[in-house]
Design a protein around this ligand. Structure first.
Ligand code: DX5
Ligand code: ZN
Length: 217
């Protein structure tokens, strides 16, 4: 499978959201990455259900919803109703991750787990078979446009090995600081999905930047 690109709506122009959603519809991107922040799990608040529903109304591609919120089990059904196709929770925010994965899948969504930079991929060994996607944070979550953490390459390679030995089908997603300089190395070590906010939306030609990120040669 060739890799997927998920532009992050966090870096879109919220006053021209429909325009930016249409741009992604018309691009080679695969998913919309939608960042939800609660001001508790991370020191920032992004946006909530009305905005997700507005994006869903115009989006022609799946919504990859990344929850940076405490105790996400409270809202799984509500995110499904708002239009999430992939729903990712943070391992650091869940007391019963296995139960949460089953609940997300029972609602008909793909189940993802995100790991902060300090969290070891070894914590996933006993749950990897139940996970559709692992999101490795390559910045500390909370803000777009931050600097990529180099240790990510090592984490991706270790996770790839866990996935290989357990025959899991989980996809590896990289979130934070992905750019045109580091994306190829991330693919080489095993990434399947690349999130890109600042790199896409600060580009003078976002369609070309997305197309460039899709190239693996
Ligand atoms: C960070 C978010 C990211 C962010 C990525 O907390 O989870 O999805 O939007 O933005 P860039 O690509 O600008 O680092
Ligand atoms: Zn994200």
């Amino acid at each position: 499978m060739s890799h997927l690109i998920a532009p992050s709506i966090l870096s879109a122009d919220f006053a021209n959201l429909q325009r930016d959603v249409e741009m992604i519809n018309n691009s080679e991107a695969d998913w919309f990455h939608v960042d939800i922040m609660d001001g508790m799990f991370v020191p920032n608040i992004s946006f909530g259900f009305p905005v997700i529903k507005a994006i869903k109304k115009h989006a022609s591609k799946p919504l990859d919803v990344h929850l940076m919120i405490n105790d996400p089990d409270r809202y799984l059904q509500t995110f499904k109703d708002a239009g999430a196709d992939v729903l990712t929770v943070h391992i650091e925010a869940c007391s019963h991750l296995h139960r949460t994965m089953q609940a997300i899948k029972a609602l008909g969504m793909k189940a993802g787990v995100a790991l902060n930079p300090h969290t070891s991929v070894n914590q996933l060994t006993d749950i990897i078979a139940d996970i559709d996607l692992v999101c490795i944070m390559s910045v500390n979550p909370g803000f777009g446009g931050q600097k990529f953490i180099e240790n990510t390459y090592h984490k991706v390679a270790s996770l790839k090995e866990i996935i290989r030995t357990t025959k899991s089908k989980a996809l590896i997603e990289i979130d934070g600081g992905v750019d045109l300089k580091n994306y190829k190395k991330l693919l080489e070590v095993g990434a399947n999905v690349l999130v890109a906010g600042n790199t896409v939306f600060s580009s003078s030609d976002p369609l070309k930047t997305i197309s460039d990120l899709k190239k693996s040669e």
